[in-house]
Structures are given as C-alpha cells and as structure tokens.
Design a protein around this ligand. Structure first.
Ligand SMILES: NC(=O)c1ccc[n+]([C@@H]2O[C@H](COP(=O)([O-])OP(=O)(O)OC[C@H]3O[C@@H](n4cnc5c(N)ncnc54)[C@H](OP(=O)(O)O)[C@@H]3O)[C@@H](O)[C@H]2O)c1
Length: 285
C-alpha cells in the first residue's frame, strides 16, 4: 500500500489533498514549512527518512506571482531548487514524485488551448521559476508526474472567488460596481477536482507532464459574474481591459490548457468549470 507524504499540506491545494486522501482511506502524512523546508536538503532528507514515503506529493511553492518579480532569488530557491531537492530525495528512496506546476509556464500568446507538447516560454519570474522546477525534476528523477493547473480556487487560502465575493459584498448597495478584466482567458479549476484527478491517475504508471484544468474556458469577467450570481450579490460587474488593470507580473492573455495526455490515457475526470463551480458553491451553502 502507498505511503504518501504531502508537502505544503497547509496551503490551498495541500489542505484539500490531505482531506481527500483521508476520505479515500489513503495513508498519508502532511507537512509544511517550517517543519520541512524544501530549499534545504537536510530538512527534506530527515523528513523522507522518518516517513519512508512511496509517493511524495509536492504542493509547496512560492505562489505570490507579483512578488516573484522583485523576490526572484527566493522564488527560484523554492520553485526551482526546492523541486530539484525533492526530486533527488525521491530518487534516493525510490519514491514517486508528484508535483504541481502552472499555466504560467506559457506566455499566453497562443489562441488555441496549450497541449503538453507545446514549448513553454514563461513571461514572468514566477513562470520561469516554475518551469525551472519542472526541468530539475526531469533531470533528477524518472519517476515523476507533473500536473499543470491554473486559475485555482477552493475552500482554503486566498483565491479569486473569495476576492470577488468579498469585494462585491463590500460594494453591495452602493452605486459602485466591480471592474474585472475581460480579455484574459482561462479555466477556473477547483482544488477538489485536481486532488481527485491526481488520486485517480497516480498509480497508473503514467509519467511526465500532464495538463490538469477544468473543461471549458472563460474570462475573469465571466468568472466574476458567475461568482456574484452564485452568491446572489447585487453588485454590478463591469468588463475592463488588461491595460486598465496593470500588474507587476504580466498575466497571460490566453491560459487555456488542454488535458490532452490525461484524455489519451483515458483517465481525464476533470469536469466543466461551470459544473465544478456549482458543486463548490453547493458545498459552501
Ligand atoms: N493558486 C493558483 O491559482 C495556482 C495556479 C496554478 C498553479 N498553482 C500551483 O499549485 C500549487 C499549490 O498552490 P496553492 O495555491 O495551494 O499555494 P499556497 O496556498 O500558497 O500553498 C503553498 C504552501 O507551500 C508552503 N511553502 C512555501 N515555501 C516553502 C518551503 N520552502 N518549504 C516548504 N513549504 C513551503 C507555504 O507555506 P507558507 O504559507 O508558510 O509560506 C504554503 O503552505 C503550487 O505549486 C502553485 O504553484 C497554483
């Protein structure tokens, strides 16, 4: 039976990964900073030697996309070198490494969904550090699965759903509306679906990089409208352009990923983003 070590277990995705593992009766141990520091070999090694995992799932990362522009060294330490250390330690104890990556490895200039064979070309320091992490994993171990996800939301941690919901509630009853970018496309993806997909595919002998986002796509504006509608908040949502809402790290215009490899393997269970968001809001109510 697999012994799973979930690293980054207190984060947005890691928390649901722990809960779903427990629900599925999977033996797992969760750990997070500072009880493990993936940038330090000694720290990772002592945890791996104590837990003797057969599978390591890495949900830990430096995820503040804008901060990565100014804290490049710290971002690369966690997102790139941390992955290298995890890969070497996984290889040392013959454990499989499951790692989470991102749509930001692409620059968003394509107009059709990105497949796994598309050549990455990140435009941000976050994306570059995450791509470096993917490459270090491939360099140090053969036994790995990397799942590229995007536009993540869930019950735990901060995300777009909570930001829009809170902003809309604050403005309810005022004449102000929300302005939300309507020229960036992606696929809102629920943490729980990512976890279920990973648990469904992890023991099947699949290796390499997999796109793992919900089906269908929309703009941030479309998603914000769906959020406000789902919670019955009476605040207008107005479309705006990327130029009207500049960010330190440029966001990809087109971030839609096709789960081509999961589909070809016959194991894609990612739902349409609208169905997933409906399930999420039902759970919350
Ligand atoms: N959020 C998204 O929209 C999104 C989209 C695409 C891909 N992803 C990827 O999905 C994965 C999970 O994201 P998330 O939203 O769940 O992230 P999160 O909520 O920020 O969680 C990341 C966790 O990693 C921990 N961590 C940071 N540095 C560490 C270190 N040196 N050693 C050990 N743990 C460390 C953090 O601890 P502290 O809180 O103490 O720093 C935190 O608990 C990441 O790989 C991310 O790149 C996320």
């Amino acid at each position: 039976m697999s012994r799973i070590l979930i690293v980054g277990a207190n984060g947005q995705l890691g928390t649901d990964m722990m809960k779903l593992a427990e629900k599925n009766g999977v033996t797992c141990k969760g750990i997070d900073y500072p009880d493990i520091d993936i940038t330090k070999t000694g720290s990772v090694r002592s945890v791996v030697d104590a837990e003797k995992p057969s599978i390591i799932i890495n949900c830990a990362a430096f995820t503040a996309v804008d901060d990565c522009e100014t804290k490049k060294e710290a971002a690369f330490k966690v997102n790139a070198d941390g992955c290298g250390i995890l890969a070497q330690e996984s290889q040392r104890v013959k454990a499989k490494l499951i790692h989470i990556s991102t749509d930001y490895v692409f620059d968003g200039t394509k107009t059709t969904p990105y497949v796994e064979s598309d050549v990455p070309s990140p435009a941000t320091e976050y994306g570059k550090s995450k791509l470096d992490g993917e490459m270090q994993i491939a360099q140090y171990t053969e036994n790995y699965q990397i799942y590229r996800i995007a536009w993540l939301y869930g019950l735990y941690g901060n995300n777009f759903v909570k930001t829009i919901r809170n902003a809309a509630l604050k403005k309810q009853g005022t004449s102000d509306g929300l302005k939300v970018v309507n020229d960036q496309y992606g696929s809102p993806t629920w943490t729980v679906d990512v976890c279920n997909q990973i648990f469904a595919a992890m023991d099947l002998g699949l290796k390499g990089v997999f796109h793992c986002t919900s089906e269908g796509s929309c703009t941030w504006y479309d998603f914000a409208k769906a959020i406000v509608d789902a919670y019955g908040i009476n605040t207008p949502v107005n479309p705006c352009s990327t130029e009207e809402f500049p960010r330190p790290a440029p966001r990809p215009k087109f971030s839609v990923l096709e789960n081509e490899r999961l589909k070809k393997a016959g194991v894609n269970i990612m739902p349409h983003w609208k169905d997933a968001f409906n399930s999420y809001t039902m759970l919350e109510k």
